[in-house]
Design a protein around this ligand. Structure first.
Ligand code: CA
Length: 234
């Protein structure tokens, strides 16, 4: 785990990078910034930030190239901040290994919330045997899930799906990623499987399956297991 409290802002719009620098500073983060892809590569190598906020449209190239480069060597969290709201751009960035995305125009408080939840999740990736989110607890050793203390009856697929979602709490998970991780390679396009199991899981864990609070839908992209405070046993 990187203990360096530094965030690298890669953004060629000066007004946005200034706004981000000030807002992140108020929350106690140190920042560095790069306005080109070339500078971003140098900054990332020489300063080893704990997180990167990355614009995709940069004057000397596509920000996705930085994701590729970083992912060759590290799991350093990357949040894409882009005006490109087209879903295929977002999915491409997530496929390359970005952790999350925020589209412009954006609210600073939303971006800060994403930064905090991404850092929390990375911190919790240290393997835990038990994870708790609000009323749900999953025990990986016993393969048991409880809701408000009562044992929940899940099918093996529902369990594997919930396990994957909770282990990646707060991260946006594209449909194809979930299908590949839970069902396996070759199932990436079986959208109907995913929809069916998301629905059945929601019926078991959500107070209201039409207004879910745990498994939220990222329109056209995928799902996110939303949890303000995911806790692991130490
Ligand atoms: Ca730009």
């Amino acid at each position: 785990m990187n203990t360096n409290e530094l965030i690298l802002i890669v953004e060629d719009d000066e007004a946005i990078s200034k706004l981000l620098t000030i807002s992140l500073f108020e929350y106690g983060y140190k920042t560095r910034y790069a306005n080109t892809l070339a500078l971003a590569k140098r900054e990332y190598i020489s300063h080893n930030p704990m997180l990167i906020i990355l614009d995709l449209g940069l004057p000397d190239g596509d920000g996705k190239k930085l994701i590729q480069e970083v992912r060759k060597a590290s799991k350093m969290p990357i949040i894409v901040l882009s005006a490109r709201s087209e879903e295929k751009e977002i999915i491409a960035a997530l496929d390359l290994g970005a952790d999350d995305y925020v589209t412009k125009p954006f609210s600073t408080s939303e971006l800060l919330a994403r930064v905090r939840s991404t850092l929390r999740r990375v911190h919790h990736e240290i393997s835990h045997e038990i994870l708790t989110c609000k009323d749900i607890t999953i025990d990986f050793t016993k393969k048991e899930v409880t809701l408000k203390g009562s044992l929940l009856k899940l099918t093996p697929t529902e369990y594997n799906l919930l396990r994957y979602l909770m282990q990646n709490a707060n991260k946006v998970l594209p449909h194809r990623h979930i299908l590949k991780e839970v069902w396996g390679v070759g199932y990436q396009n079986e959208m109907q499987y995913l929809r069916t199991y998301i629905n059945s899981l929601r019926k078991k864990i959500e107070k209201s399956s039409t207004r879910p609070e745990y498994i939220t839908t990222e329109s056209s992209i995928g799902y996110r297991f939303s949890c303000n405070d995911v806790k692991g046993n130490e």
